[in-house]
Design a protein around this ligand. Structure first.
Ligand SMILES: Nc1nc2c(c(=O)[nH]1)N[C@@H](CN(C=O)c1ccc(C(=O)N[C@@H](CCC(=O)O)C(=O)O)cc1)CN2
Ligand SMILES: NCC(=O)N[C@@H]1O[C@H](COP(=O)([O-])[O-])[C@@H](O)[C@H]1O
Length: 214
């Protein structure tokens, strides 16, 4: 059996996606979360990690610290774990090109929209305001350009009349918790790769809207 995939998860908040991946790793013996790093000391995801006896650390931004200086400290904290995969799970900082370039093809993110729609923040309200009938989440490889990396897997949810951002977010979260652990499993089994800026599963090119079974 190949050695386990060493996974480091970066968070900023509640950590429900972290929890889904923790739970998923219990079944997927090929992945092992070796560290959780937060930029916020009060992130509930740190509690979740502690409950699962996962090592945690905080990298808190100093006042007047440049983005590059912060990312240098974050890089040192990440590399202590010697990860095979970095998972951004509600990590709410834009990472510098220098940081991202260290982990091309081994860093993924979950974004609460059907990319390429609604990169950035406040995606649920933007979908509601636009009158969209469907919304969702996307798992993608991380590249320097924000939320622009090749999409790996998407999940769609309906948008109902009367939805507010909180209700829609909860509907999206349910789908996030299903797809993110699956993508981590694919990567940990060596099935998922990023080559020349494109995502491949089992050697097959993944389309712009993510993997779609035949
Ligand atoms: N270089 C990259 N960095 C990050 C990516 C990426 O694709 N490339 N994904 C994001 C995750 N993300 C959306 O999925 C995201 C996170 C944060 C922000 C943002 O505007 N952050 C602000 C601070 C906001 C806050 O503190 O609430 C900032 O960093 O100035 C946008 C999108 C992770 N990083
Ligand atoms: N742009 C990044 C972004 O908005 N990510 C979103 O933050 C939430 C984190 O929830 P969690 O802390 O419960 O996993 C998730 O919905 C994720 O899609």
């Amino acid at each position: 059996m190949s050695s386990s995939c060493r996974v480091v998860v970066l968070i900023s908040g509640n950590g429900s996606n972290l929890q889904a991946i923790i739970d998923g790793c219990d079944d997927n013996l090929n992945a092992d979360i070796v560290g959780v790093i937060s930029n916020k000391p009060d992130a509930y995801g740190l509690i979740r990690a502690h409950h699962s006896e996962i090592d945690t650390s905080c990298v808190i931004a100093y006042k007047n610290e440049s983005r590059s200086e912060y990312d240098s400290r974050l890089l040192a904290a990440v590399n202590k774990y010697q990860p095979d995969l970095i998972v951004l799970a509600g990590f709410m900082r834009i990472l510098t090109d220098e940081f991202v370039s260290q982990f091309l093809g081994k860093m993924i993110n979950i974004h609460p929209s059907l990319l390429p729609k609604y990169t950035g923040l406040n995606t649920h309200q933007r979908a509601i305001d636009a009158g969209d009938l469907e919304h969702g989440a996307s798992v993608h490889f991380v590249i320097p350009q924000l939320d622009a990396g090749p999409v790996i897997l998407q999940a769609k949810v309906p948008v109902y009349t009367g939805d507010d951002a909180t209700v829609l977010a909860e509907r999206v979260h349910e789908q996030e918790h299903a797809i993110y652990p699956l993508v981590v499993k694919w990567f940990s089994l060596g099935r998922l790769k990023m080559l020349e800026g494109k995502a491949y599963l089992d050697g097959q090119l993944i389309g712009p809207s993510g993997y779609a079974p035949d």
